[in-house]
Design a protein around this ligand. Structure first.
Ligand code: ADP
Length: 466
């Protein structure tokens, strides 16, 4: 179990541990003499369980077909194996003692000796980090990759919990999404509020006590494509918390009762990996108002919603560093009980004129190299920013992309129609993207959320907290 957990932490999947049926090598195991433990070589390990699953990326041989090499490592305290730290870099684990009846006395530790699997696991992780050139087990050894605590202590013996935990764990960001605050154009007020609610309480906990105790829930709402998910990704990048990126597909299970358990496991996992941020994207799809579904709501769905509310209540009452960040495009569809628990609500509105101008300049600068060729743009940025009123950030990005595509399309057409087979680009000059091009694209691209603006403002005046 420990090894499985370790493997899961490392590769986000469980290994298949199988026992080799053939008994040809059973009697070939070297005998241990005089109580001294000898390192069992890979050749003599043939009757030890093999890990049949191929490792996705590794220098080690564990899992290689025909070449399984479960290296023997015992915990250093037991002085059973005089291993060096270099060996631990293989993070091979001895699975001795599992294989009953095949020379097990040779590989089982002498009576009275305890194998410290937890120490072994920690060592293996340390080994992994030292292989990467790092000296200690750090929560974030490589800024782009996160190493999580093993699930063994969390899972216990319950295999059902293990499966559910595996489902939820798939949505933990192990890789840094690499979105900095500065990558988000405009939205200064929203950025500031998110920092105050999530980032600073973790960075300066001593300031956030008593009446200033940190918020437990924050709702980002507003038209689609305005940067709500981007803000959440910036939180994941900038705070060193375990980030659970949860959408309806994670917690809505077709199996009756599973959704409810998934919600419970999600919060328990978040507490286990604390400090954590649970990001619930498109909250309305899991937390729409109860009892409004046509034909009555499914009992399982009601139970899942209740569980979510109970768990959020639990957070509010606890000292755990677990924070719920939710995003919704349709806040008026949310159940009022969940709104009450998302104490802080922030409108992430359509970009202002200034932000639109910055966006167009960002995506279509006067000179760029977005493809193999140089792309030039001669745009009246301030005029275009006025013309794009009501467009969201993602709409503007789409228009910029389409405008940039125009000169490229001409080249593609020429390349496709030329007689020779060569498709070389040198010497080809792309046309400049002009204001007229941009306006033409704009005429054919409608803003995706303009007619909802008033509804957001009305909802804001009714529900937004200070
Ligand atoms: P939503 O609000 O629906 O969650 P997203 O955050 O997913 O929207 O934004 C969609 C895309 O639009 C982003 O990947 C980004 O490229 C672009 N975008 C939207 N708003 C901004 C912004 N303020 N700054 C930079 N890019 C933005």
């Amino acid at each position: 179990m420990e090894y499985e957990s370790y493997y899961f932490v490392k590769f986000q999947k469980y290994p298949k541990i199988v026992k080799k049926a053939s008994d040809t090598a059973e009697n070939n195991l070297p005998q241990r003499s005089g109580g001294k433990t000898r390192r069992v070589t890979s050749d003599s390990c043939q009757n030890l369980p093999k890990i049949s699953q191929q490792r996705p990326r590794s220098k080690t041989t564990v899992g290689k077909p025909g070449g399984a090499k479960p290296l023997h490592r015992e915990h250093p305290k037991q002085e059973l194996v005089n291993h060096t730290h270099k060996e631990s870099a293989d993070f091979g684990l001895s699975i001795s003692g599992i294989n009953k009846g095949s020379g097990e006395e040779n590989i089982r530790p002498p009576k009275g000796q305890i194998i410290d699997f937890r120490g072994l696991l920690t060592d293996a992780i340390k080994g992994a980090t030292s292989e990467l050139g790092l000296n200690s087990f750090d929560c974030n050894p490589d800024p782009s990759e996160r190493l999580l605590k093993p699930l063994s202590a969390f899972i216990g013996v319950n295999s059902e919990m293990r499966e559910l935990a595996a489902v939820v764990s798939r949505d933990i960001y192990l890789h840094n999404p690499n979105i900095k605050w500065n990558d988000i154009i405009g939205l200064d007020a929203a950025k500031q509020l998110v920092k105050e609610a999530v980032v600073y309480p973790i960075r300066y906990p001593q300031l956030f006590t008593g009446i200033l105790s940190p918020w437990k829930g924050l709702l980002l709402y507003g038209p689609p494509g305005t940067g709500k998910t981007l803000l959440a990704k910036a939180v994941a990048t900038e705070c060193k918390t375990t980030f659970f990126n949860i959408s309806a597909s994670t917690i809505v299970s077709k199996w009756r009762g599973d959704s409810e358990k998934l919600v419970r496991v999600l919060f328990e996992l978040a507490r286990y990996h604390a400090p954590s941020t649970i990001f619930l994207d498109e909250l309305e799809s899991v937390m729409s108002q109860r009892g409004t579904a046509p034909g009555g709501e499914h009992e399982g769905s009601l139970r899942m919603k209740t569980e979510l509310l109970v768990q959020m209540d639990g957070l509010a009452r606890s000292e755990d560093l677990v924070f719920v960040l939710a995003a919704s495009n349709l806040p008026w569809e949310l159940d009022c009980a969940v709104l009450r628990r998302l104490e802080k609500r922030i409108l992430v509105d359509l970009p202002s004129q200034e932000a639109r101008q910055a966006m167009i300049h960002h995506w279509l600068p006067p000179m760029s190299r977005s493809c193999a060729l140089e792309l030039r743009a001669e745009l009246e940025y301030s005029l275009l920013s006025r013309e794009t009123e009501g467009y969201s950030g993602s709409d503007i990005k789409l228009v910029c992309r389409e405008a940039a595509m125009r000169p490229v399309r001409k080249i593609l057409y020429a390349l496709e129609n030329q007689q020779s087979e060569s498709s070389s680009l040198p010497g080809i000059q792309l046309d400049t993207v002009t204001t007229a091009d941009f306006l033409d694209v704009l005429a054919h691209t409608k803003p995706s959320a303009k007619n909802l603006t008033q509804r957001y403002s009305a909802w804001q005046s009714e529900f937004e907290s200070v």
